[in-house]
Design a protein around this ligand. Structure first.
Ligand SMILES: Nc1nc2c(ncn2[C@@H]2O[C@H](COP(=O)(O)O)[C@@H](O)[C@H]2O)c(=O)[nH]1
Length: 249
């Protein structure tokens, strides 16, 4: 078993180390993570400049790029082999609903999935790393369960873990993504030069958080496991637009 582990909070993030330590003994583990926190970078690749890969004293490799860069470089030559599993996280904060479109954590796992590798993104619901080791133990438990079921076909799972001392014992729910309200207003400030600067505002509150969603599961003390896909086609819209534009389907 060979496992590639990445994240988006950076190679020094506690969530990455906790996940790596929790997975010890499952097989060969390679870590390739961003040099800096790359939260919110989604699936971006760095195309306008070269990337450099460094090795930390603990053996973790880190890249001056995005989470997708890390996994992409790993799978297109750096590793020299195709891992059996790609893991990403444990993220400092939730990746539920619309978050998954912006998330670097989910993007790193998505990159593995795009290369035909079973991949899982892990996030803790609350920021601050509270009960992190418990989350890591839960992540290992799920990884073991997934491995036992077979890794013959690629899949992409998005897992959100409540910050709980006994996370491994929490119920696990298969969920769909909920939806958030649009992000809060942008935050305007003046920099020392008197220029207006803008900070992205906080994420919107959950809007679609009904039973069956990731928001609902985690709000009710369960670990949320959401299978994701990358086909963005609006299949139900195909006949609608064929008709609207008078085109054959
Ligand atoms: N609009 C905002 N969205 C935020 C903020 N903090 C987090 N987020 C969302 O969550 C994910 C975090 O995932 P990561 O894997 O990228 O760390 C992020 O991508 C956003 O979607 C915020 O302050 N404002």
């Amino acid at each position: 078993m060979r496992i590639l582990i990445a994240n988006d909070d950076g190679y020094l993030a506690p969530g990455l180390l906790a996940l790596v330590k929790a997975c010890e003994g499952l097989g060969q583990i390679d870590v390739i993570a961003p040099e800096q926190n790359a939260s919110g970078t989604s699936n971006s690749l760095t195309l306008g400049r070269p990337l450099s890969v460094y090795t930390a004293t603990n053996g973790f490799r880190y890249v001056n790029g995005t989470p997708s860069d890390c996994v992409h470089v790993a799978l297109t030559g750096l590793l020299g082999y195709k891992p059996d599993l790609v893991l990403s996280g444990i993220n400092n904060g939730a990746n539920m609903g619309d978050d998954t479109l912006y998330s670097g954590t989910v993007a790193a796992a998505t990159e593995g999935y795009l290369f035909g590798i079973p991949s899982i993104a892990f996030s803790q619901v609350d920021k601050g790393w509270g009960q992190l080791d418990a989350a890591a133990a839960m992540a290992r438990s799920l990884v073991e369960q997934v491995i036992a079921g077979g890794l013959n076909e690629a899949f992409l799972l998005n897992v959100n873990i409540p910050n709980h001392a006994d996370a491994i014992s929490l119920p696990r729910c298969i969920t769909r993504l909920g939806r958030r309200h649009a992000s809060e207003a942008v935050i305007r400030q003046l920099n020392p030069r008197g220029e207006t600067i803008y900070w992205i505002g906080p994420a919107g509150d959950a809007r679609e958080a009904g039973e069956g969603t990731d928001f609902y599961a985690t709000a009710n003390g369960s670990v949320s496991v959401t299978p994701l896909q990358v086909d963005l086609t609006h299949h139900a819209g195909l006949p609608v637009w064929a008709n609207r534009l008078g085109l054959p389907l």
